[in-house]
Design a protein around this ligand. Structure first.
Ligand code: HEC
Ligand code: HEC
Ligand code: HEC
Ligand code: HEC
Length: 594
């Protein structure tokens, strides 16, 4: 079935098609006309909120224990994100997560059919010289089959004091009407933590087995309730694990300092040259202001919190920085939404934007420079530079220095990009992405502004893919999922291959996620679903092809080597073009008669 008639999306938004969902508890909570209802259904995070506004709640459970949250008192919420994790440590290299299945919070789940799908070692060694491998599992019945999460409020005596909100997990391989979230990833991971080499874990003795539930981006914000004055906790039951609802303590805050919502304001503080544009070869400084939905700045102008303040929970506006030291992430397979980087890029000119395939080594993260030049006109055909906030030499330099002194350094809200001498004339994009986790809400935001370099004539990007919204709509819009960025020309400057994370480029990640997901309800071979023409699938490389394919013929093994990486096929060579004459067509592509 292909999604989705306008009537069905309206029905979804109104909660009419979602089976057992109850009627809204009080009519006055909702607009009176269907137009208002549709406007209400998906809200913008840069708008002011009040206690009647629908706000998305993110729930988190670890080893059976709900993470307590503070919320604005008597706020109306829908459930936008559910993260559940259970893990066990073991010294056994179990082939099928045997220890996780035998003990702990996920022991009662139906693990029949669980299967190892693929593995991907981490390229950087551990401090003691060992390596970490990650083995990814799915297909267990609890992952494959539909289940239901039910959430309700309780008072201090544990009595239910609200209606129940039902959330349908849907089956793994189809998005249907009974499917409450756009992103649905249920899986198991075995971590082998002390391997002798990335590809040799035969002597490893330290393992973690974990089960993960990742549900996010609701498809029905009207499936909501208002927090009762008497509520002291939420309970969440899961039909795959019946009888023992999780408890998530809530504390209601009467007058929070900030509003919900999140916006990033970006402005160039360096004035353009006399002709109204920036000259190639100049430095341009940008300033960002992080704001809540009411437009209130979250920090005094000129400063941002230190890395330590954010990492150790001192900072209370909810802003987040790179978090993967504390909650590891792996593209598609594990918690990328919790990596939570604050980051900025510049890329341009627009007409030259294309994927960058030059690898940025770890050293550029640790050197003196606060920003990283990752694309040059001479080599990549486009200029791109990025910076982390705080800069990478603070975040990563700190992680590699005893006592992490850099993490305590004051942090500024400005960054400077150096437009090179050989920069082409035209329009350039400057994007800042971030996340805010505040009073139960966990939301991304990206802002992109444009500047002119070398000319006042505006130029446009030439996209080779898109528009993507056949599927990315109704809650899965690119403006809402991931980092809330639907400007698809504004991706490639942040997404370059990194020496320690080669799978950075957007073509790798997009191919990988859509090929691993069973919820891509189209033929994967039909490149025309995403690509605009046959020209755009010509640059054959391991990274482009092996981000979908998991194997290739014996001839290819002899010519190009064994498959080493689930994400990109091989190592650094994966970004080289293997051929310009073979594979000029792809079977089933729906291009050029195929
Ligand atoms: C300002 C930098 C920046 C821009 C611009 C950007 N990204 Fe990302 N992207 C990141 C970072 C950093 C991560 C890692 C997760 C995080 O920190 O949010 C990421 C993660 C991802 C992932 C992995 C998601 C997963 O579930 O594993 C995908 C896919 C992705 N980005 C696609 C895109 C696309 C498509 C665009 C353009 C529309 C884009 N990104 C623009 C920085 C950026
Ligand atoms: C045929 C439907 C379909 C099309 C077309 C499609 N997508 Fe997706 N996309 C999905 C589904 C389904 C998921 C969720 C996968 C999952 O989590 O299992 C997804 C996930 C993603 C994610 C990851 C979101 C996250 O939070 O990790 C990104 C980014 C993305 N798509 C970008 C794109 C881009 C860019 C295009 C166009 C070039 C595109 N998609 C075209 C169905 C589609
Ligand atoms: C889910 C969407 C999606 C599908 C389906 C898809 N692609 Fe892509 N592909 C992308 C995106 C996004 C890019 C990056 C485009 C850009 O940034 O210019 C890309 C880029 C590429 C590139 C260029 C890589 C480079 O180094 O520049 C090749 C080659 C490619 N795809 C091959 C294919 C083939 C072959 C198919 C069909 C079998 C296919 N793609 C199907 C999304 C998709
Ligand atoms: C978006 C995912 C995707 C990408 C990217 C992709 N393919 Fe495919 N490819 C498929 C699917 C799906 C099939 C059909 C099922 C199969 O044979 O695995 C296929 C089939 C093929 C076949 C036919 C295999 C056979 O046994 O008949 C070849 C050859 C092939 N691909 C080569 C490539 C090359 C070369 C690239 C890179 C330029 C590429 N593919 C990129 C998904 C992809």
């Amino acid at each position: 079935m292909k999604l989705r008639s306008a009537a069905v999306s309206l029905g979804m938004a109104l909660g009419l098609v979602s089976g057992c969902a109850e009627a809204p508890e009080a009519a006055e909570d909702f607009g009176s006309s269907s137009k208002e209802l549709v406007d209400l259904a998906f809200f913008e995070t840069d708008q002011p909120t009040n206690r009647h506004t629908l706000v998305g709640l993110a729930l988190d459970v670890e080893n059976g224990v709900g993470t307590p949250i503070e919320v604005r008192s008597r706020q109306r919420f829908f459930i936008n994100q559910i993260d559940i994790r259970a893990f066990v440590e073991t010294n056994m290299d179990n082939p099928n997560l045997e220890d996780l299945r035998a003990s702990g919070d996920f022991a009662g789940l139906d693990w029949d059919n669980v299967a190892l799908k693929e593995n991907e070692p981490i390229l950087l060694s551990n401090p003691d010289g060992t390596f970490t491998d990650r083995r990814f599992y799915r297909d267990a019945d609890w992952m494959e089959k539909g289940s239901v999460f039910t959430v309700w409020q309780v008072d201090e005596h544990g009595r239910r004091i609200s209606r129940k909100l039902y959330h349908y997990v849907g089956t793994d391989d189809r998005r249907g009407l009974f499917d409450s979230f756009f992103v649905r990833r249920l899986r198991g991971i075995q971590w082998a933590n002390d391997c002798a080499a990335p590809t040799d874990c035969s002597t490893a003795t330290s393992f973690i087995e974990e089960g993960l539930v990742e549900l996010r981006n609701t498809r029905n914000t009207l499936n909501s309730f208002r927090i009762s004055r008497r509520a002291t906790a939420l309970r969440m039951s899961w039909s795959a694990r019946p009888g023992r609802p999780y408890e998530i303590p809530i504390t209601q805050i009467e007058e929070p300092e900030f509003d919900y919502g999140f916006d990033i304001d970006v402005a160039a503080v360096t004035a353009p040259g006399p002709h109204g544009y920036y000259e190639p070869g100049t430095d341009v400084t940008f300033q960002i202001t992080l704001e809540d939905g009411r437009g209130t700045p979250l920090h005094p102008q000129g400063s941002l919190p230190t890395y330590a303040d954010v990492a150790f929970g001192v900072e209370d506006s909810g802003i987040t920085y790179y978090n993967a030291f504390f909650d590891a992430s792996a593209t598609y397979w594990r918690r990328k939404h919790r990596e939570r980087m604050l980051m900025a890029q510049i890329i341009g000119p627009n007409q030259d934007i294309q994927p960058i395939r030059t690898i940025a080594p770890l050293s550029v993260f640790l050197d003196e420079e606060d920003t990283e030049v990752v694309g040059t006109p001479a080599v990549d055909g486009v200029y791109a530079e990025f910076t982390l906030l705080p800069p990478a030499n603070v975040i990563f330099g700190g992680a590699f220095t005893p006592g992490t002194p850099q993490w305590f350094e004051p942090n500024v809200d400005t960054f400077t990009f150096h437009i090179p001498e050989d920069a082409g004339a035209g329009t350039y994009k400057v994007s800042v992405k971030g996340r805010r986790v505040y009073l139960g809400e966990d939301i991304p935001r990206t802002t992109t502004i444009e500047i002119q370099v070398g000319t006042m004539t505006e130029t446009e990007p030439l996209l080779t893919t898109g528009p993507c919204n056949t599927c990315h709509s109704g809650g899965g819009d690119l403006s809402r999922i991931l980092h809330a960025n639907d400007d698809r020309a504004a991706c490639a400057g942040c997404h370059v291959p990194l020496g320690f994370e080669l799978e950075g480029p957007v073509f790798v990640r997009t191919h990988f996620i859509h090929s691993r997901s069973d919820r891509f309800d189209n033929s994967l071979a039909e490149c025309s679903t995403c690509h605009v023409d046959n020209d755009s699938i010509q640059r054959t490389s391991k990274a482009a092809c092996m981000s979908c394919h998991t194997e290739y013929p014996a001839t290819h093994v002899a010519w190009f080597g064994e498959i080493e990486s689930a994400y990109i096929g091989g190592g650094a060579e994966s970004f080289e073009q293997c051929t310009g004459s073979c594979h000029t067509e792809h079977p089933g592509s729906n291009f050029a008669g195929f």
